[in-house]
Design a protein around this ligand. Structure first.
Ligand SMILES: Nc1nc2c(ncn2[C@@H]2O[C@H](COP(=O)(O)OP(=O)(O)OP(=O)(O)O)[C@@H](O)[C@H]2O)c(=O)[nH]1
Ligand SMILES: [Mg+2]
Length: 249
């Protein structure tokens, strides 16, 4: 079981308009700062945050209880006095199911803490599985494609990954560069291999995939990145393997 918390800035659209038309640079600076703070606060509690959109974030919150969430809400409220943030907590066997559970809690107004604007329930979630997917030798792709063409290719790969992995109830998030992380509870290595093959069919690109399994989001992400780095280390020794899994003890 995995627990996800969806953090959202409430009433953000109407609020942005109050800044006037010369607002975009200000909003970009604010959004970068909010993301920084949300990531800092959850990672200090062994979570990890993915920005879904800049006004909404997905956090893996295995092991975080109501008080942990309230504490983070208090910190955010102190820093962002003009904005109101809400949280919806959900759990499930897969990330997509946890996302649905959180979505329903918000929709049905199932409040865990009305004052702190936290919806849903905390669960005894004990496992997170993350896949860290990265383009093999993307720097070399830069020799034949210009920077913007590389971006367009990475977006295409990300879009296909999100579509293929969603079929397995897994959620993919773009991290920057040529990196994507997928919250993939319930998916096997073989299913991942097959999904990745579909994504790269017809494109002259190879993807590597590190799989990490741990009790919390942060530990799973660490293991996934370690697994990806292991693929790179093996490659240096001439051993080509595109998927590798590390399970935290
Ligand atoms: N978010 C994130 N970005 C990374 C990470 N590692 C690399 N990047 C980004 O990805 C870009 C490409 O770096 P690499 O993937 O190491 O380069 P590469 O040529 O593809 O080499 P290999 O992946 O080892 O085949 C970098 O410029 C960074 O922007 C990571 O762990 N997390
Ligand atoms: Mg790469």
């Amino acid at each position: 079981m995995i627990q996800l918390t969806i953090v959202r800035i409430e009433g953000y659209g109407p609020w942005t308009v109050t800044l006037g038309s010369d607002r975009e640079a200000q909003l970009q600076m604010l959004q970068a700062k909010i993301y920084h703070d949300v990531q800092r606060l959850f990672s200090a509690k062994d979570g990890i945050v993915f920005f879904n959109r800049f006004d909404e974030y997905f956090a893996i919150t295995n092991g975080l209880d109501a008080e942990d969430h309230r504490e983070i809400q208090r910190e955010l409220a102190k820093t962002y006095k003009d904005l109101s943030m809400s949280m919806a907590i959900g759990a499930g066997k897969t990330a997509f199911e946890a996302n649905l559970d959180a979505y329903r809690a918000r929709k049905e107004d199932n409040m865990l803490d009305g004052r702190a604007r936290i919806f849903g329930n905390v669960h005894g979630a004990d496992v997170a599985q993350i896949m860290h997917i990265d383009v093999d030798s993307s720097t070399k792709v830069g020799d034949r494609l210009s920077p913007y063409e590389v971006t367009a290719l990475v977006i295409k790969i990300y879009s296909r990954l999100s579509e293929e992995f969603l079929k397995h109830n897994s959620l993919a998030f773009f991290l920057g560069g040529d990196n994507v992380m997928v919250i993939s509870n319930g998916m096997t290595k073989e299913q991942a291999d097959e999904a990745i093959k579909k994504v790269t069919a017809g494109i002259d690109i190879k993807l590597n995939c590190g799989i990490g399994i741990g009790r919390t989001g942060r530990r799973a992400a660490e293991a996934a990145t370690k697994a990806l780095d292991t693929i790179r280390d093996m490659r240096k020794e001439g051993k080509i393997q595109t998927i590798y899994e590390i399970r935290c003890p």
